[in-house]
Design a protein around this ligand. Structure first.
Ligand code: PEP
Ligand code: MN
Length: 347
């Protein structure tokens, strides 16, 4: 919909607009109101270049798009028909919980194996463990490819499928070949379009693997987040999970600005499952359970929570953020109760 600055377009302006939209196979239809005339774009109005050219005209106030700018992530797309099943859980049918260490310590694999067993007993259906780590400080531990074996051993010992972050194209192949089920794109890479494309291409239409896309620290509009997912969906794979994890700058006292509240917006605009990461949202173990419950109240399909059998002996975020297995267990139990209340079948 084209909204001119004046009450209607002058004839030469209307001719110019008509010529521009015609280049993109569209037409305009004036809608004459009592005080103002606006112009509907007839045809596929999603071409960015057409919109930019119209918005660049000094007599145009703004363009309101009726069609969604993301063709595949949109609720009306054909990809909306699929249902994602991971770790025996069909997302949307019951609460899905991913839990485990922020970072696997290759020098202490037993911690990871104990954590894996503990998160399983606490009720998690998928195990997380950071192999490669995007660190703000280049001198801190950056992860180690050796940890991929430890991750997969944790998976074998517990029978849980695993999630790990991939930061480079090379990691995608290593992780898929090793048997990682869920490839995580971290907040720092959520705007790395070549990595997103590479993941989409590598997954193809495989139904046994999926992607968890974190919201970038720097993403503003929700549409920017969904458009990033569109890069992955472009290769035809509907196994995409959107993961709000807090944005920057943080809310005073929290590591980030918790953003679980965008869950209903995401659900209205897209078909993708939403799994919220409360650990990075608030950044401190004592705040994580409240954020996890808030996410469930907002309609999240699942949670991704950092947990460690002995947080103070962990590395990466674990000393600060990781829940002990006891607190994880209680959080999952309460989150499941809240899930039932939300669905109207609880006490
Ligand atoms: C992580 O999951 O440990 C991580 C680094 O997350 P994020 O990309 O959200 O910071
Ligand atoms: Mn972390």
């Amino acid at each position: 919909m084209i909204l001119p600055k004046s009450s209607r377009l002058a004839p030469e302006q209307e001719a110019e607009v008509t010529a521009i939209v015609a280049e993109f196979g569209c037409k305009i239809q004036p809608i004459i109101g009592a005080v103002r005339t606006i112009y509907a774009i007839l045809g596929d109005e999603r071409d960015e270049l057409m919109i930019n050219r119209l918005e660049g005209l000094d007599y145009i106030d703004r363009i309101d798009r009726i069609q969604s700018p993301f063709k595949l992530m949109d609720r009306r797309s054909d990809l909306a028909n699929g249902r994602l099943t991971l770790g025996g859980v069909t997302l949307g049918k019951e609460l899905f919980v991913i839990a485990g260490q922020c970072t696997i310590d290759p020098k202490n694999p037993n911690f990871f194996y104990e954590t894996a067993q503990a998160v399983k007993e606490a009720g998690a259906q998928m195990l997380r463990g950071g192999v490669w780590k995007p660190r703000t400080n280049p001198y801190t531990f950056q992860g180690d490819t050796k940890s991929l074996d430890i991750l997969m051993e944790g998976s074998r010992r517990t029978g849980l499928p695993v999630d790990t972050e991939v930061m480079e194209e090379e990691h995608i192949k290593l992780a898929l070949d090793a048997g990682v089920t869920l490839l995580q794109v971290g907040a720092r890479n959520a705007l790395n379009y070549s990595l997103l494309r590479a993941i989409g291409r590598a997954l193809g239409t495989r139904t046994d693997r999926a992607v968890l896309l974190k919201r970038s620290i720097h993403m503003g509009a929700v549409n920017e987040f969904i458009s990033a997912a569109e890069y992955i969906a472009a290769f035809g794979n509907p196994n995409i999970i959107l993961c709000p994890r807090g944005t920057s700058p943080g809310l005073d006292g929290y590591r980030n600005h918790p953003d679980e509240s965008i869950t209903p917006l995401l659900k209205e605009k897209t078909w993708a499952a939403v799994v919220v990461d409360p650990s990075h949202s608030v950044g401190k173990a004592s705040y994580v359970p409240a954020c996890a419950l808030a996410a469930v109240a907002y309609g999240a399909d699942g949670l991704c929570i950092e947990s460690h059998v002995n947080p103070s002996h962990g590395i990466g975020d674990d000393p600060k953020q990781a829940l002990t297995p006891e607190v994880l267990h209680k959080t999952i139990r309460q989150a499941k109760q809240l899930w039932s209340v939300r669905r109207g079948d609880g006490a």
